[in-house]
Design a protein around this ligand. Structure first.
Ligand code: ADP
Ligand code: MG
Length: 256
């Protein structure tokens, strides 16, 4: 066995082990196996338990890394979590319903979440928190502002990559589209937006935040027909929330 050979040269045993671990990319085990073996000896752990500890540490760190990678790829502007959301500030918001969303059952059912309301009421906060939770559950997600997304769709059409892009976007578990309605779309980008929504319809979830009520969507898309075709598909299987409360950005201001 290789370890016997290594043992013949005093002082090289550990570095040879380190090298094997490095070759196998078992970096966490490489970092901890010596201290863990001391601990195991003191605790009189069995060889199996010691090995189990090492492998478990490696696996846990990989899960962490893959979640972090998912969060990075998703492109969140900031990190927000449900734990930081103060429901007492938005008393008319259905807390139970929101908490239920965080079971992510809506993703399995390919349902959509629509968060509508004026600025500062926590639409983006909730959308990001759901995205982070989805990343933790190993879902494939992307976060775009509506402007980013429509620009990306338009430039992919120009470069002849629209079909490919729509294909990639339709394979995601969740797309978050933030701030729909801050900018009006052109008729051309509205059609592209419709294509995306149609492609994901009943195949994958979308979360949309908007400061515009559904009645005003015709204005966002500059076309009532396109707007109602989009709304039709989005609303068919969806959880709409209308957050009517005060802006959290004004919280301290309101207190004074
Ligand atoms: P919106 O997208 O509705 O304009 P945001 O989600 O961007 O609002 O919220 C504005 C800021 O206030 C963010 O920093 C957000 O984290 C915070 N915020 C909003 N509502 C709450 C809340 N109920 N509890 C805690 N923080 C909140
Ligand atoms: Mg927002």
């Amino acid at each position: 066995m290789a370890f016997k050979n290594v043992k013949e040269k005093p002082g090289e045993e550990l570095s040879q082990t380190d090298m094997y671990l490095k070759t196998l990319s078992l970096h966490i085990i490489k970092d901890i196996y010596k201290t863990e073996s001391d601990k195991a000896a003191r605790a009189k752990l069995s060889y199996q338990d010691y090995l189990h500890r090492l492998i478990e540490a490696e696996v846990l760190s990989r899960i962490d890394r893959s979640i972090n990678r998912r969060i990075q790829i998703a492109g969140f502007p900031v990190i927000k979590r449900l734990e930081e959301f103060d429901f007492s500030y938005q008393p008319q918001l259905d807390e139970k319903m929101i908490r239920e969303l965080f079971t992510l059952e809506f993703l399995n059912q390919k349902k959509n979440v629509l968060l509508l309301g004026p600025p500062g009421v926590g639409k983006t906060h909730l959308a990001i928190s759901l995205g982070i939770k989805a990343a933790q559950m190993r879902k494939r997600i992307m976060f775009y502002s509506a402007e980013q997304l429509t620009k990306m769709l338009a430039s992919s059409e120009v470069s002849g990559n629209l079909v490919k892009l729509l294909e990639i976007l339709s394979r995601l578990d969740l797309i978050i589209i933030d701030e729909l309605g801050y900018l009006e779309l052109t008729q051309k980008t509205a059609r592209l937006f419709f294509q995306l929504i149609a492609k994901r319809y009943e195949k994958g979830s979308v979360i949309i935040t908007s400061n515009k009520s559904f009645e005003e969507w015709g204005q966002i898309f500059q076309d009532e027909v396109v707007a109602s075709a989009i709304l039709d598909r989005l609303l068919h299987h969806s959880y709409p929330f209308f957050i009517q409360g005060k802006s959290f950005r004004m919280k301290n201001f309101n207190k004074n």
